[in-house]
Design a binder for this molecule. Structure first.
Ligand SMILES: [Zn+2]
Length: 228
């Protein structure tokens, strides 16, 4: 092997052996086995809708421990490739519960353009793409639009959050041109106070669009609610 092909060999081995996003050990998979087990321990025992202030929520797991750290790595450490395994777990849980005949339309919660540019991707949209790939539900990434930037939610009191989010969304181009006939499933990465999702659902309902509920990777219990 000459030095060039040696380097090439080294490089491809490096590419095949990615790092686990939680413990940084090398692994051929998205997570090492230990961390994957820890994340899966956050899964809720029974896949079901939970009614939360006018909006049913379906969550794969609880927003704490390894799942919370994974979502943080996905969003804040620029790891968009984690959308795929996470969305597939969510999809499997969804398929285990849902009646597959209902043709819901999946709409990810949009991000304001400036924030999206800063992060490089909208985590909800990536999750929705992979969720739909698995469930075969239709995806409409432009069902909603974020009409204005909002102050970071975690800096505000509960009352101010609602105010901050009033009219934060508008109907997206796709739904403005052609309103959907089926009910919408909103999709986001996490559910904390629910203010964002309620605002998004209100916008759709104001336009006569039915909203079945919100599906998320993780739902915070009251005491885990912090940064949204
Ligand atoms: Zn690990």
């Amino acid at each position: 092997m000459n030095s060039f092909s040696k380097r090439l060999h080294g490089l491809s081995a490096l590419l095949l052996q990615a790092q686990c996003p939680l413990c940084h050990r090398t692994t051929p998979d998205a997570f090492c086995q230990d961390c994957q087990r820890q994340i899966q321990r956050c899964q809720v025992a029974e896949a079901a809708w939970v009614q939360q202030e006018q909006l049913p929520v379906f969550a794969w797991g609880r927003y704490n421990g390894a799942l919370r750290r994974t979502i943080a790595a996905f969003k804040y450490e620029n790891k968009p490739h984690l959308a795929r395994p996470l969305a597939h777990w969510l999809a499997s849980a969804w398929l285990s519960m849902s009646d597959r005949a209902t043709p819901f339309i999946v709409v990810p919660i949009p991000m304001h353009a400036s924030k999206r540019q800063q992060r490089g991707f909208n985590q909800a949209e990536l999750l929705a793409e992979h969720f739909c790939e698995q469930t075969r539900l239709p995806l409409q990434a432009h069902g909603l639009a974020r009409s204005r930037e909002t102050t970071a939610q975690f800096q505000l009191s509960a009352g101010d959050r609602e105010q901050n989010l009033a009219d934060a969304f508008s109907l997206g181009d796709a739904f403005r041109k052609r309103p959907p006939r089926s009910a919408v499933l909103l999709l986001d990465d996490i559910y904390t106070t629910g203010a964002t999702a309620r605002s998004a659902a209100q916008t759709l309902r104001r336009h006569g669009i039915r909203v079945q509920g919100l599906i998320v990777l993780a739902r915070a219990e009251r005491e885990e609610r912090g940064k949204e």
